[in-house]
Every structure is written in C-alpha cells, then in structure tokens.
Write a protein that binds this ligand. Structure first.
Ligand code: OAD
Length: 267
C-alpha cells in the first residue's frame, strides 16, 4: 500500500538539497492535482484512462470522427476543474519561490492550477483546457466554451457540437496536446533549458510514462544537478532520483516548505 505521509528523513534530505539550490525546476503530472479532486490518468481504478479510451478521446482522428463527443468530454473536464481549489501543496510551491533566484514549473497538467495558485513561471507543455482553437488553422477561440452549457451544470454524456471558427469555419478543438502531436515549441524549448540549468528538480505526481516530458528529470540529473521525486508509488524516475519522498503532493510539498523555512530561519 503506497504511503500518503512521507518519511521525515526523506523530507530532511530534500530540504538539504533545496537549501543549496538557486535555480529550481519543478515537473508536475496528474498526481499533483489528485488531492484537489482532479483524476489522474493511469490510476488503476480512478484514472481517466481506466474509464475512457484515449484513442477515442485524445487524438485528432477521434475528433474528426466524432467532434461532438470529444469536444464535450473536454468541456466537461474544464467545467470540473474550474470548480476545484488548488490544495496546500500548490500554495507551498508558491511560498518556496522566495528562497530561489528562479523557479520554473513545467507541468503536464492542463488544469491551470499552478497559475491559479500564483506560481510565476509556468510552462504548460501539454497545453491547457482553458485555451480552445480551431482545428485547421489554429485560430484562437476567444469566447468561454462553458457559455455553450448556458451556465447549467454539465452532465456526464451531455454532447455539444463544437462551435465553428469565426475566421475560417473550421471546428473548434481543445488546446491540449493529443497523442501523436508535437508539444508547443516555445514551451518545450524553455522547459528543456530550465531542466538543464536547474540546480535541483522536484518531480511531483507523474508516472513518467509519457515522453518527451519523462526525459526532463534525466536532463537535470545528467547535468550533475539533484532530482527529488514526490510520489506515493515507485516510477522509472525513482531509480536515479537523489531523494524519493513517498507521499502525496499536498503532504510532501507542505512538509518540505515548512522545513525549508525552519532551516533557513536558523541561518
Ligand atoms: P499518470 O496518471 O500517468 O500518473 C500519475 C502519477 O501520480 C502516478 O505515478 C501516481 O502514483 C501519482 N500520484 C497519484 N496520486 C498522487 C498524489 N496525491 N500525490 C502525488 N502523486 C500522486 O499522469 P501523468 O504522469 O501526468 O497526456 O501522465 C502524463 C500524461 O499522460 C498526461 O499529461 C496526459 C496523459 O495521457 C496528455 O493528455 C497529452
């Protein structure tokens, strides 16, 4: 049974690394938002991919085959994440920012919670549920897609035809990266730079199964910098991370932030 509460020894070891770091990179995945009530993808029972088939929802060909189903699924996810609150682990990351010259948060999540909680430099390398654009030309959709639900709560299975782009008439699609698509170029460049320049990287709540994001901690490790993993379960990163905090994001990040504050107050 994976543990929720990380071992104090691991927290102390993580804090020793962070005390010496000036540039911090943070890589987050779906586990970061789990305690805010956003489901992960690969959890055996509650993960989105346990319930839904990604090839029917997260590819361009799925959208072309059944635009209403795919569009509605993302609108429903957006409606849900708008209702959640970033947990204390998110706020702890923001609190920690003042101890570093620079903190870059690289997230695979599309829920916008890092930005909402106040992190200053956030790179959304898998896109965002908040940004829709047209399929053929990428023209941004500048209205709130939730207006399509007329302010009503979205029901599971409710379908909306995607609106058409006012500039070119192509259907509006979610601004997330689907399987088989390239990651957004400028975010990727900045993310790779941040990983290579960091003195330390915190890797929080990712199964590290999806590339190229899963390569980022290796880039940091290869540059001689330290990698700290926060995850209740073992992942491929665990084999080379300098410290593994086996606990949840909210608990581990809060414990790290409190202990870091304490150590720095001792001078
Ligand atoms: P996964 O669902 O693959 O992995 C979630 C990870 O979070 C697992 O390793 C869990 O052990 C861990 N976890 C669960 N609860 C946690 C908690 N409370 N605190 C900390 N960790 C926890 O999600 P990702 O690694 O983010 O891509 O998946 C990567 C990509 O695969 C996603 O961005 C998405 C998906 O297909 C796209 O949509 C492009």
């Amino acid at each position: 049974m994976p543990s929720d509460t990380p071992d104090p020894g691991a927290i102390a070891a993580a804090v020793r690394i962070l005390q010496d770091a000036r540039k911090l990179a943070v890589l987050t995945g779906a586990g970061m938002s789990q305690e805010s009530g956003v489901p992960t993808f690969r959890d055996e029972l509650t993960g989105l991919w346990a319930t839904f088939n990604p090839t029917e929802l997260a590819t361009e060909s799925a959208f072309r085959r059944n635009p209403a189903r795919v569009f509605s699924w993302y609108v429903t996810r957006l409606s849900r994440v708008r209702d959640v609150t970033p947990h204390e682990g998110y706020l702890s990351l923001v609190t920690m920012e003042r101890h570093f010259d620079r903190v870059v948060v690289i997230t695979q999540n599309v829920d916008g919670l890092h930005t909402r909680s106040g992190s200053r430099h956030v790179l959304e390398i898998h896109g965002s549920l908040e940004r829709f654009r047209c399929l053929d030309a990428g023209h941004p959709y500048d209205r709130d897609v939730l207006e399509l639900a007329d302010g009503e709560e979205m029901d599971d299975g409710e379908m909306f035809e995607p609106p058409l782009c006012t500039e070119c008439g192509s259907p509006v699609r979610p601004g997330v990266v689907w399987f088989g698509e390239m990651l957004p170029e400028s975010e990727v460049e900045l993310a790779w730079q941040a990983a290579a320049d960091a003195d330390a990287m915190l890797v929080v709540g990712t199964s590290a199964e999806v590339f190229p994001a899963a390569d980022l901690p290796r880039i940091t490790a290869a540059s001689g910098a330290k990698v700290i993993e926060i995850n209740p379960s073992v992942t491929p990163i665990s084999s080379y991370a300098d410290v593994c905090c086996r606990g949840t994001a909210a608990r581990a990040l809060t414990a790290i932030s409190v202990e870091l504050e304490h150590q720095l107050s001792l001078g």
